[in-house]
Write a protein that binds this ligand. Structure first.
Ligand SMILES: Cc1cc2nc3c(=O)[nH]c(=O)nc-3n(C[C@H](O)[C@H](O)[C@H](O)COP(=O)(O)OP(=O)(O)OC[C@H]3O[C@@H](n4cnc5c(N)ncnc54)[C@H](O)[C@@H]3O)c2cc1C
Length: 293
């Protein structure tokens, strides 16, 4: 199908883009990589009167150092750049670990970080990665700028805290703590499909080799990424053993409340959250060991 008619705008400056959003907010959609928006237009699941293409806005497509040894990634940075950039991989390896699971090469070449986050598909990898990393998002509008923690940004399936006149402009990541490993594990019917369920995890050890902290974000098992907080707490201060990871898996499974759909039952997805948590923690530990080697 072809999309319904809309007015196309391609502003050159941020001020112009925010002005268009202020004027047309409710009736407008931002176009980034187009990998979710264009199918939605073609299937007429979205019928905006105005499409605001932000690809000309300078500065949104770059990544660089942030405050306190953090990293800032512009919302328009392509998913393929997240996969290939040595600087991003060196700072936050979980991002590069996740990227091969996101769609296919052609989709990642156009799709952007901000587009994936703003689209907020419950089974998407990047929202869970950002929750696991403790990212902060910068949202701009003609009214001003605000920052939100990733955990507060995702509100429901395909729904975020973005107001109609706001643009997601930047993603800020904290410093990667020493002795930290990470992993993303998922199960999908075919490679490149959206996941039936998945887990993004980080694990930090202290100088004595005990768990200093863990962050576990499950996806595809609820409307938004789910932090498995009890599982995280169960690990802190203990030894990083197989038994501890199995118990964290049991607690992560208990933390999620998935639904049935044509692809999998809720019971299967609940079990998946547990099994993948245990696997993600083991792989995170192995990645710390490989850093030390
Ligand atoms: C066949 C196929 C398979 C896929 N598989 C996966 C997968 O396995 N995992 C996965 O995570 N994704 C998958 N995707 C989706 C892909 O990752 C998209 O690139 C992503 O969801 C949207 O990014 P985009 O830049 O293309 O955004 P667009 O399609 O341009 O926009 C998506 C939505 O976000 C809004 N938006 C975009 N940027 C901003 C911004 N800066 N501020 C405010 N709002 C904004 C748009 O208005 C729109 O509503 C798949 C897509 C396809 C077509």
């Amino acid at each position: 199908m072809k999309p319904p008619r809309f007015d196309y705008h391609d502003p050159d400056t941020m001020e112009e883009a925010l002005g268009l959003l202020a004027r047309h907010g409710d009736g407008a959609r931002v176009l980034a990589g187009g990998q979710s928006l264009v199918p939605m237009l073609n299937f007429r699941l979205a019928r905006p009167a105005h499409v605001i293409d932000v690809n000309r806005l300078a500065g949104l497509g770059v990544a660089g150092p942030g405050p306190d040894a953090g990293l800032r990634i512009g919302a328009l940075v392509r998913q393929r750049t997240l996969e290939r950039s040595d600087a991003i991989r060196a700072h936050s390896p979980l991002i590069a670990q996740a990227m091969p699971f996101v769609g296919h090469l052609q989709i990642r070449s156009r799709g952007t970080l901000g587009g994936s986050l703003a689209h907020a598909d419950p089974a998407a990898e990047l929202p869970a990665v950002m929750v696991a990393l403790g990212a902060r998002f910068t949202l701009r509008s003609a009214r001003g700028e605000r920052a939100l923690a990733a955990g507060d940004f995702f509100v429901a399936a395909l729904t975020t805290a973005l107001a109609a006149d706001e643009l997601l402009t930047e993603i800020g990541l904290p410093a990667w703590p020493e002795r930290t490993g990470s992993s993303l594990q998922e199960v999908a019917i075919r490679r490149g499909d959206f996941a039936l369920g998945g887990v993004a995890a980080t694990l930090t050890l202290d100088a004595q080799g005990r768990v200093a902290g863990a962050r576990i974000a499950c996806f595809g098992v609820g409307p938004c990424p789910v932090r498995a907080l009890n599982a995280e707490r169960s690990l802190t201060g203990g030894a990083p053993t197989a038994a501890a990871f199995a118990e964290a898996g049991r607690l992560a499974s208990a933390a999620v409340d998935p639904s049935d759909d044509i692809h999998a039952t809720a019971a299967y997805r609940k079990r998946l959250a547990g099994v993948l948590t245990t696997r993600a923690l083991s792989a995170s530990l192995a990645s710390i060991a490989s850093l030390a080697a």
